[in-house]
Design a protein around this ligand. Structure first.
Ligand code: GLC
Length: 755
């Protein structure tokens, strides 16, 4: 074998490196690239022994179970999420893991989504900022993060075959945008391609998604790994930009044969190997399991952080003053099996074996002494009159009944979507009957996906939405109920009055292999707030044990790049508190395809009673852009933009308006540009005016009814040849040449830009 051949690994070896060696390891080759150990994620290190499974069936090494994404998303706290990421990274490294398969960052398009517990928000801005913080945190510990599931994986129904049919605007502005933000700002080591198809092309074999957008446009330089079992065609996947098929399917020979037949360029395999080698540089040499005493310290520290994160995640939806409870005077009855048997995480591949776990009942008993407890219901959802009667008796003499309600494990999970957002009927019945005898009622919810509250919230003096809070959730819940900590979570997704109000209601989850995203960019609050439709609780909502006031809004230009939004927030109550100040922006002029307001910034601030702070949020002009499908680019429309600052998408405390001249980009006019597009262009409208003066169209314009003139606006210039107006092919060609020349003259002045 010639020298150069001695250096070139054989084709079969190269092919083997593009697939895993078992459920959790990539394939290594001595002297070329080492094998990597991948493990779920996202809210704990799911390190399995040999064999293992990707479905959450088999067990795994005990690890800290942090609050799942539904809770982390509700913290609105990038600094905290970054700390959680770093803690996860340290624990992963101690367990020999090279890459954590997280964050899960798909948009919560419908409250029915079975994996909504594992995702951050209905909003792309909040999702992107929190996911970037998670990635930065994990990778600060020398471990890789793997953002998933790329892309448009927003349902579990038929997830391995369904095609998400999404228009370009929604695709770019909602579903891809958070991934773009994370890739550009946090440089994740890996991206996981999703099971589903996007507009008919499998995500794991989609060259537009994996190469054109992810690598060429966004500059992603890491490794693209498939979701487990997502690859249908190895060769098509490699050609599209997928690097690593997981787990192995024993099809390396197909890759070799494709190269030998000239259907796949061998350089594709070389590029994969280069990316795997760069991954090795990023995550370092193979690790060995940390000594037990080191692991114990990591687990202890992480357990404390998990509790802190949980305490910052729960959302206080309503409170008439019953919270915080007064331990001295409040004889408390604890009602509900979920107080004794906590739900703290979701089902499927993310399932963690926690290093510790307590129940809210234990946590409250430790603090209050003996409390009356009654399960009230069985989590299997079968009504049990005896349990209800027992619970009513337990509540009868109490001053406050704390009722723990929520979704049982079997109601939601990876792998299937829900069909209702209602709480189990037996639980609502229990609440009603307890409320009939207890002077005051506090409801604590445990659920991964949104549940409707409208039908029963009048029975509660306070509602604490606890989501799924990880292994520290019970202690955190007790901290919040008793006022040792103040609630500071905010809704990262809208709670609708009823499921049928939701914009995705009629099209989710679709059928016959297709899911049509008919609501386009109007996901979640964008729908409700643009249409002024009522909700149970709006995006961004959350109460605490004090009050905040906003004042002194100032919006100042920050050069070409946009604006700076400054305002003050004051704690006007008598307790410490954390406020999430939110910045929304939107074009003032109503537009059929633009939501009224979109989240464009937020800050979580901690204030003592009487304290005031000044918040400054950047508002880059780039964040006001929308996707111009015709020009295939981000475009900033000229116009007035409303700036809204407040405590939720509907609780606006301060407003201002700014003007933008837009990005002053001249899109080259063509014969296929419409009359409206010609008229909107500074060069085009001059050329058109001259034409109108020379043809029957001009004379007609003054005598024809306005609605007919409007009809012409949507006609491509070239079509004017068909209406007997004296416009010929030569006329059209001449007009286009004149317009282009005019555009070039304008571009030369520097007042306009090319796309
Ligand atoms: C699962 C999930 C993915 C997970 C992978 C490995 O099916 O979709 O999120 O990381 O397989 O368990």
């Amino acid at each position: 074998m010639a020298d150069h051949e001695a250096e070139r690994p054989p084709l079969a070896l190269k092919a083997s490196l593009t697939s895993g060696s078992d459920t959790w390891h990539s394939t290594g080759a001595p002297g070329l690239v080492r094998p990597f150990l991948l493990a779920d994620g996202p809210h704990g290190v799911r390190r399995q022994g040999e064999g293992g499974d990707a479905l959450g069936i088999g067990t795994s090494v005990p690890a800290t179970c942090f609050p799942p994404a539904v809770a982390l998303g509700s913290t609105w706290d990038t600094a905290l999420v970054r700390r959680v990421g770093a803690a996860l990274g340290r624990e992963a490294a101690a367990l020999e893991v090279d890459v954590i398969l997280g964050p899960g960052m798909n948009i919560k398009r419908s409250p029915l989504g079975g994996r909504n517990f594992e995702y951050l928000s209905e909003d792309p801005h909040l999702t992107g900022r929190l996911a970037a913080a998670y990635v930065e945190g994990v990778q600060s510990s020398g471990v890789g993060a793997c953002v998933k599931h790329f892309a448009v994986n927003n349902q579990e129904t038929d997830r391995m075959r369904v095609s998400a049919e999404v228009d370009q605007r929604a695709l770019r502005e909602v579903y891809l945008r958070p991934f773009e933000h994370v890739v550009r700002t946090a440089r994740p080591a890996m991206v996981m391609s999703a099971y589903n198809s996007v507009n008919g092309v499998a995500a794991s074999e989609n060259p537009w998604l994996l190469t054109r957008v992810l690598r060429e446009e966004w500059g992603f330089d890491g490794v693209v790994v498939s979701d487990w079992g997502a690859v249908n065609d190895r060769v098509a996947a490699l050609r599209a930009g997928l690097d690593l098929e997981m787990p192995p399917t024993g099809t390396d020979a197909e890759v070799v044969a494709a190269v030998e037949r000239g259907e796949l360029d061998e350089s594709v395999l070389d590029a994969v190997i280069d990316r795997l080698r760069r991954l090795a540089e990023r995550v370092g040499a193979a690790r060995t399991r940390a000594p037990e005493e080191e692991l114990a310290v990591i687990r202890r520290d992480n357990a404390e952080l998990a509790r802190e994160a949980a305490a910052r995640a729960a959302v206080l939806l309503t409170n008439d003053g019953v919270l915080p409870l007064d331990p001295s005077s409040d004889a408390v009855a604890v009602i509900g099996e979920l107080a004794r048997t906590p739900r703290f995480q979701g089902g499927g591949s993310s399932r963690i074996v926690p290093t510790g776990l307590s129940s809210a009942l234990d946590a409250l008993t430790r603090r209050l002494g003996a409390v009356r407890f009654a399960p009230g219901y069985a989590v299997d959802g079968v009504a049990d009159e005896a349990l209800v009667l027992e619970a009513v008796e337990a509540a009868r003499d109490a001053r406050v009944a704390v009722v723990f309600l929520g979704l049982p494990e079997h109601a939601e999970s990876e792998g299937f979507d829900r069909t209702t957002i209602d709480l189990p009927a037996d639980q609502v019945d229990l609440l009603e009957r307890v409320a009939a005898v207890a002077p005051r009622v506090v409801v604590v919810l445990s659920n991964g996906g949104v549940v409707s509250v409208a039908g029963w919230q009048h029975h509660a003096n306070a509602i604490l939405e606890g989501w799924l809070l990880g292994q520290g959730g019970a202690e955190a819940t007790a901290d919040l109920l008793l006022g040792d900590r103040a609630p500071s979570g905010r809704l990262a997704e809208t709670i609708p009055l009823r499921l049928s109000d939701h914009p995705s209601y009629l099209t989710f989850p679709g059928g016959d292999g297709v899911s049509v995203y008919g609501e386009s960019t109007f996901v979640g609050y964008r729908h409700f707030d643009t249409l002024g439709r009522p909700v149970a609780f709006p995006f961004g909502h959350g109460l605490t044990y004090t009050r905040f006031e906003y004042a002194d809004l100032r919006v100042t230009e920050a050069g070409e790049d946009g604006w700076e939004v400054t305002f003050s927030v004051a704690n006007t109550g008598d307790r410490d508190g954390l406020e999430v100040a939110q910045l929304y922006a939107g074009l003032v002029e109503e537009h059929p395809t633009r939501p009224r307001s979109e989240l464009r910034g937020f800050a979580k601030v901690e204030l003592r009673p009487g304290e005031t702070t000044t918040v400054t949020l950047p508002l880059p002009a780039a964040d006001l852009r929308t996707w111009d499908v015709r020009g295939q680019r981000w475009a900033l429309a000229a116009g007035d933009y409303a700036i809204r600052v407040g405590a939720s998408s509907q609780d606006v405390r301060l407003e201002a308006t700014v003007h933008s001249d837009g990005d002053r980009v001249l899109t080259p006019l063509t014969a296929q540009s419409t009359i409206a597009e010609w008229r909107a262009d500074p060069a085009g409208r001059e050329v058109l005016a001259a034409l109108l003066g020379r043809t029957a169209l001009g004379a007609a314009q003054s005598t024809v009814a306005p609605e007919l003139v409007r009809m012409f606006l949507s006609i491509p210039l070239d079509k004017l040849r068909s209406f007997g107006l004296g416009v010929t092919a030569e006329t059209v060609a001449g007009l286009v040449a004149q317009a282009r020349a005019g555009q070039e003259r304008l571009l030369a002045t520097g007042a306009y830009r090319r796309p």
